[in-house]
Write a protein that binds this ligand. Sequence first.
Ligand SMILES: Nc1nc2c(c(=O)[nH]1)N[C@H]1C(S)=C(S)[C@@H](COP(=O)(O)O)O[C@H]1N2
Ligand SMILES: [Mo]
Length: 156
Amino acid sequence: MESTSTDRAVDGRVPLSGALREPAWLSVAALRLMPQRELTVSFECRTSGLRRHYFSGPLLLEVLRAAGPLFDADERKDRLRFLVSVLGHDGHRAVLSWGEIDPEFGNTAALLAVSMDCRDLDEEGPHLVVPGDRCGGRHISRIAEIKVCADDRLWR
Ligand SMILES: Nc1nc2c(c(=O)[nH]1)N[C@H]1C(S)=C(S)[C@@H](COP(=O)(O)O)O[C@H]1N2
Ligand SMILES: [Mo]
């Protein structure tokens, strides 16, 4: 993927930044070294009809945890303040809450897919895929950036 910006995906590597101790550039090769999950989804898309896809990759949660989210480690509920934005190359964005993907709360096994329908995504970059996504809108192909935010000023 071509990119002229320094903070957007380059050569299939995706910047992960925000309220993290260790912001990172995520390559598909590195994501593949993490424990892998599989997920088959059916989208009932209003525009493109029924789509069925098979994805594999690490849990988004594990990728974020590895980057050291700036939680209060002694306070479990502190995690519920955090949001995760996954932005596509075309401006399409899905926002997840930490509570949604955390096994102590919503436990939704969202993946950063490294393959789609057995096609490796090394050059294209990872996709987000979220279980229970009826219309497919939370499947983000060609991710440009992932950001974690816990800014309480959002709600003022
Ligand atoms: N970057 C990006 N990814 C996207 C979209 C989009 O607009 N931009 N649309 C989503 C929607 S609504 C659907 S139904 C699926 C369709 O994916 P497919 O065409 O690969 O089956 O892609 C999703 N991923
Ligand atoms: Mo869709």
